[in-house]
Design a protein around this ligand. Sequence first.
Ligand code: GDD
Ligand code: MN
Length: 369
Amino acid sequence: MALPRACFVIPTYNEADNITLLLTQVLESMDTHAGWEVTVLVVDDDSPDGTGARVRTFMATEPRVHLLTGSKRGLGDAYLRGFERALSEFDPDVLVQMDADFSHAPADCPRLLDALDDKTDLVIGSRYVSGGRIDADWHVLRRWLSRGGNFLARYVARLYSVRDCTAGFKATRVTALNEAKPQRFRIQGYVFQVALLHSLVVAGARVTEIPICFHERSRGATKLGVKDLLEFSIHVWWLRLQGRNTFSKFMLTGLSGVFVNLGTFAALLSVGMHQYLASACAVELSIISNFLINNYWTFGYRDIPTRKRIRGLKYNVVSLATLAISLATFVSLSVVNSQGSPMLHQLLSVLPAGLVNYFANSYWTFRER
Ligand code: GDD
Ligand code: MN
């Protein structure tokens, strides 16, 4: 039976001091581990330090190594060109991404590929799962940048289920990659890692993180620049809009709830019910309609481990809190501004209650696996 094919795509810019040893060690570690047919594609952006020449020398005795050159437009751009070439030329089953500066240990390659079982489409060599580490000598500023980047990726781009969203050591099934369609990305820099992860997750890829130790490079310097950070900070918001639009759907659901709320309230007032009781009843009815819409529409796509019964129970707890906050707001407003319109008070009470409702439901009731 033919072995599955793994193509390593390794971007380089000024890695002349690293690339030869890296290629040697990657191939060595994969050779001691039968089971994969390996090719390596180095994507070098005409590095002025002669990285490309080192790769060519290596290629003279190693037919599995290939070189793609181009002009420097950033890490993401290099990966996009590398992926395109790898897919068209080597027909791989799996694409592996890794840095050329030994931040990702070549010895970890077999373990990364081993984790790609039948139930997994993407394996991430992760610094932030239990057992994962970062060398003590990684600069404190880089640690905070990495933490900040992961925070933005997880909570702005909604990749909460992944711990290391900016990781550069990954193995991806080509079938999953074809669903994610990275060709359409308009990205130059490091945010490529997050954009790729995001499109994979949205396309339903199953992700596993395995712990790795991330080593600080001992030769050369990082290429991460201000331009990358800027692009990153903007692009995570774009990813949020591109995604499932849970927040927009929740807002729309909430808007429908406002109509249910106010409609019920007006109807109950017109039949002579006391305004406090009418307010509570109106909120309760809108909570029920919101739950149904959020459960089947807003969060309908989510893989939620809790059973529906528990979910319903949790929703009721959140609803109670929402009801309490809404009623408290309504009563306070009515007391403070006794001449004001009850309709306005009811409308204003929706604001704090709605916010608590969203966060509690998104992160608790409908929490993803
Ligand atoms: N071809 C090409 N073009 N390669 C590039 C470019 C570029 O514009 N910019 C960077 N690279 C290569 C580097 O030569 C190296 O092999 C790899 O991409 C990673 O670049 P580094 O500059 O070493 O990145 P880092 O150590 O600052 O960043 C690490 O952490 C990031 C955040 O966690 C990497 O693991 C990144 O992949 C990761 O996103
Ligand atoms: Mn590095």
